[in-house]
Design a protein around this ligand. Structure first.
Ligand SMILES: Nc1ncnc2c1ncn2[C@@H]1O[C@H](COP(=O)(O)OP(=O)(O)OP(=O)(O)O)[C@@H](O)[C@H]1O
Ligand SMILES: [Mg+2]
Length: 365
């Protein structure tokens, strides 16, 4: 499912440059010197837990919150202290923030009326925006006659109808049920591709951020802990915090002696040997990166782990096998296909040998 192709006219996309942005409330650093460059037409998600500073950052970009220090530029234009209505930003709020006493068309027309656009042009542009979000024919409906997903589309139409330079969205899909939410993620992605608008999207849901974004900025306690593509965050987390936040990770202690990290008595083969430091003490394991070895299979280039098989659980699209490593460290492996059969044949408590490709072998402090 995609949005109609007769969208609002494509505009010249504008980059955003945020430098050293800080916002304090009393002693709370809601934002602590954050810097972020968003390319023209790029889709960047701000991902973080509740209270990490996501909304504060979005509100500062939109002009509703005045930063304590730092700067924001849209292209060459300094906007740090500019009033919100002079920034030409389209915004979608978590709460929809629609006017309940206006029709769908009235809501979408609102930003155009504010800008003094003439009646016939308003009608034309509202129709076009409603078509873009697949709500043609809904103009006369009252807001309370719409489903949650339809309301969210009205909010989107209102945010793009006036041809904004930038689109900001604060957890716009969080009130929707899982299926609709996943459908809207794909639709918003397509809409972004179609309009080419520079977009910043706030979410606390990592799957959502992964599905939608060119890049993700992971925020914790008002600071960015890593900024990168979804694959960079997933496969090369910069810290244990990132590895833990993004996907499921287990941390297995490794021994470090004279610059070599070892698992048991074998030196580890690592993905990024150069990035490794003596402070790195934990091997990061993702359930889907481990492979069950067949009996008698030789070592090859992989790192080998052995543990005690505990349990196999069916989860629909795959299985999860739980294993205790020596020292009692619990881990899990995600299995499908013939690997399941190999594990199903095992007795509880028997030894399971697992291979981890050096490509996925990462040690962190
Ligand atoms: N107006 C305010 N006055 C005082 N403290 C505030 C204010 N607004 C936000 N804060 C604090 O700043 C921090 C960041 O808040 P923010 O709303 O940006 O978080 P968030 O990441 O959007 O969280 P959520 O996912 O729950 O929406 C929190 O500790 C919050 O309590
Ligand atoms: Mg928020």
């Amino acid at each position: 499912m995609t949005f109609g192709s007769s969208a609002a006219t494509r505009r010249q996309a504008i980059p955003i440059a945020i430098e050293g942005l800080t916002k304090t409330y009393g002693r709370v650093h809601a934002l602590d010197s954050v810097s972020l460059s968003v390319g023209a037409g790029e889709f960047v998600s701000i991902l973080g837990a509740s209270g990490s500073g996501k909304t504060t950052l979005l509100m500062a970009i939109a002009g509703f919150t005045r930063p304590s220090s730092g700067s924001i530029r849209f292209g060459a234009r300094h906007v740090t202290l500019l009033e919100p209505h002079k920034r030409n930003i389209g915004m979608v709020f978590q709460s929809y923030a629609l006017f309940p006493n206006m029709t769908v068309a009235g809501n979408v027309a609102y930003p155009l009326r504010l800008r003094g656009v003439g009646r016939s042009e308003i009608a034309e542009r509202v129709a076009k925006a409603l078509q873009t979000v697949r709500l043609e024919g809904f103009g006369d409906r009252a807001i309370d006659q719409l489903s949650g997903g339809q309301r969210q589309r009205v909010a989107l139409a209102r945010a793009i109808v006036f041809g904004p330079d930038i689109l900001l969205m604060d957890e716009p899909l969080s009130a929707l049920d899982k299926k609709l939410r996943e459908q809207m993620q794909i639709e918003v992605r397509h809409l972004h591709r179609e309009l080419g608008l520079t977009t910043i999207f706030v979410t606390h849901d990592q799957h959502e951020a992964f599905t939608m974004s060119d890049r993700i900025a992971l925020i914790d306690k008002g600071r960015f802990v890593q900024i990168g593509s979804p694959t960079e965050l997933y496969n090369a987390p910069a810290s244990r915090f990132v590895a833990d936040f993004v996907g499921q990770s287990y941390f297995v202690p490794v021994s470090v002696a004279s610059g070599t990290a070892s698992l048991g008595n074998r030196p580890l083969r690592l993905a990024r040997a150069a990035a490794y430091s003596v402070a790195d003490q934990f091997l990061v394991l993702r359930p889907e990166h481990l492979r069950v070895m067949s009996p008698g299979e030789s070592e090859g280039d992989d790192n080998i782990l052995a543990g005690r098989f505990k349990e196999l659980i069916f989860q629909g699209e795959s299985y999860l096998a739980f294993v205790d490593l020596p020292g009692g460290v619990p881990i899990a492996l995600r299995l499908s296909g013939h690997q399941v059969e190999a594990v199903r044949a095992l007795d509880i408590g028997s030894t399971l040998r697992m291979a981890l490709s050096p490509e996925y072998s990462l040690v962190l402090p």
